[in-house]
Design a protein around this ligand. Structure first.
Ligand code: SF4
Ligand code: SF4
Length: 328
């Protein structure tokens, strides 16, 4: 795979600082039942990296001590981590809102048939990948057969109450473009998705979140090999909006890797750009490498600088992009 970081580091992206931490986003490992082209973590069925029980407990300790209100679980397929259900149920006991970034097909995998019921019982918010409402596009981007399995997964979630009015079970879908272009308007696309999925499959969901593709990892490497990297970066840079800087997710989110180390966001995690703590003073900066989550118990991160690079334009281009969809 071709490295994108050397191409991203010469950047004029504005400096950013952290407001605090309200959301902890935890990558439970790179194991996944799928292997999608745009995947920014290079996840797949052969990956062996998985967060262990000691680090799961470190996550729970941090949730407790920092009074985090939202735990956002990602991977890979986070549900394939053997400690997934333990983490979810312990976090729910702390009254933490849990989000599961689910690829939908995992709900139909052998050994996971009761997963949807568990998620509903724990009132986990589902954030499900669905890059299009048309079969050809979904199978083209995520693999043959993924569309049909995803539809079955969505219907299963609907039967449990997900996406239905007044059920309290939230089902949001995630769209990302199938190539080096920006997502269309979130509201217009959501209306199309709702109409098409309801008419064809009787599927209901709450919101569509549109995300831009990041010029890193597998997608970035593909851009380089196809000679499209510079053009895509030029598009992101030209579409930058300062108005999106106030709400980029790194201002309130902390990202944790499968070994318990912390980053400003999932993308920095994938680029191996660890959290920095300049405001903590020269002694901390001098010994700084990767910081483990357990070292942040009792530490106020407000005002600390965020590590930015060229890929950050992926968050601020056009209507903006974050784990919660468009920013503006
Ligand atoms: S389902 Fe998600 S984590 Fe798995 S390969 Fe596809 S994009 Fe990556
Ligand atoms: S990629 Fe986005 S979320 Fe991550 S540091 Fe840059 S602006 Fe913040």
């Amino acid at each position: 795979m071709l490295e994108t970081l050397p191409l991203l580091q010469q950047t004029r992206f504005p400096s950013l600082s952290r407001e605090g931490v309200t959301t902890l986003q935890v990558n439970l490992g790179y194991l996944c039942n799928q292997q999608c082209l745009h995947c920014h973590v290079n996840a797949g069925p052969k990956r062996t990296e998985l967060m262990d029980k000691a680090n799961i407990d470190a996550v729970l300790d941090y949730l407790r001590s920092a009074k985090i209100r939202t735990l956002d679980l990602t991977g890979g397929a986070p549900e394939m981590n053997p400690h997934f259900r333990y983490l979810v149920s312990e976090a729910r006991k702390l009254d933490v809102h849990v989000m599961d970034r689910c690829n939908l097909t995992i709900l139909e995998e052998p050994g996971y048939q009761d997963l949807a019921e568990f998620l509903a019982m724990q009132q986990v918010e589902m954030v499900a990948s669905m890059p299009c409402y048309q079969k050809e596009n979904v199978d083209g981007q995520r693999g043959k057969g993924v569309y049909d399995l995803s539809i079955r997964g969505l219907q299963r979630l609907n039967r449990l109450g997900y996406g239905q009015a007044d059920s309290g079970l939230v089902l949001n879908l995630v769209y990302n473009p199938g190539g080096p272009f920006l997502p269309p308007g979130q509201n217009e696309l959501e209306a199309d998705y709702k109409q098409q999925l309801r008419a064809a499959h009787g599927i209901e969901f709450n919101q569509l979140l549109t995300l831009a593709n990041m010029p890193i990892q597998r997608f970035g490497s593909t851009l380089i090999s196809r000679g499209q990297f510079d053009e895509y970066m030029a598009l992101l840079t030209a579409s930058h909006s300062d108005a999106n800087l106030a709400t980029v997710m790194c201002r309130s989110l902390l990202s944790v890797d499968w070994q318990g180390h912390v980053y400003d966001c999932d993308f920095n995690q994938m680029l191996k750009l660890p959290l920095t703590r300049k405001a903590a003073g020269p002694a901390v900066v001098a010994k700084q490498g990767k910081t483990h989550l357990s070292e942040l118990i009792g530490v106020d991160l407000a005002g600390e600088p965020i590590v930015v690079s060229g890929h950050c334009y992926g968050c601020t281009a056009g209507q903006g992009s974050s784990c919660g969809g468009a920013l503006s």
